[in-house]
Design a protein around this ligand. Structure first.
Ligand SMILES: [Zn+2]
Length: 166
């Protein structure tokens, strides 16, 4: 009785298949960092070059201070972003970083902070609107810890650290 459940190697791979297999052999010999760079440059998010920024803001409820929150955001224009938050109050801009893939970088930062359970669902800002994607500073730490959240993510995605402090 013969089994048919055997995948036989064809006598000859197609040209495309040979090329694909040669690439996979090369890929498997790369370091983790080289692989990461290739995956990043495949650009699944239609990502772009820009800046990641961080600021803190004091949170008041009925005029009483209840804590400080941190924003990690992305923009391609820091000055414009600062003007957009001009009417908010209680803010302290910390730093911004150049990034080749701001959407990926921001998504990883937010995912890590959400995993720690420090995401803030809703706080009405001093400007009267509700901004998204804020996290409690008490769950992160001081200024250096806030900067490290960004810089660890830059390192993990094989990006250089190019930081400007406000
Ligand atoms: Zn505001």
């Amino acid at each position: 009785m013969s089994s048919t459940a055997v995948i036989e190697r064809p006598a000859r791979w197609s040209k495309g298949e040979r090329r694909r297999r040669a690439y996979m052999r090369r890929f498997s010999r790369m370091t983790a960092l080289q692989k990461l760079r290739i995956l990043r440059d495949l650009n699944p998010y239609r990502d772009y070059r820009g800046f990641i920024y961080a600021f803190t803001q004091r949170v008041l409820r009925n005029g009483v201070y209840v804590g400080t929150r941190v924003k990690f955001g992305l923009t391609n224009n820091i000055d414009r972003r600062r003007r957009e938050y001009r009417g908010c109050g209680g803010m302290c801009w910390i730093s911004y970083w150049a990034s080749d893939c701001v959407k990926l970088t921001e998504a990883i930062i937010h995912a890590r902070l959400r995993a720690r359970g420090i995401h803030i669902k809703k706080v009405v800002c001093g400007c009267g609107t509700h901004h998204r994607e804020f996290f409690w500073k008490s769950g992160i730490g001081g200024t250096v810890d806030i900067q490290l959240e960004v810089e660890q993510t830059l390192i993990d995605t094989a990006q250089p650290i190019d930081r400007t402090d406000f």
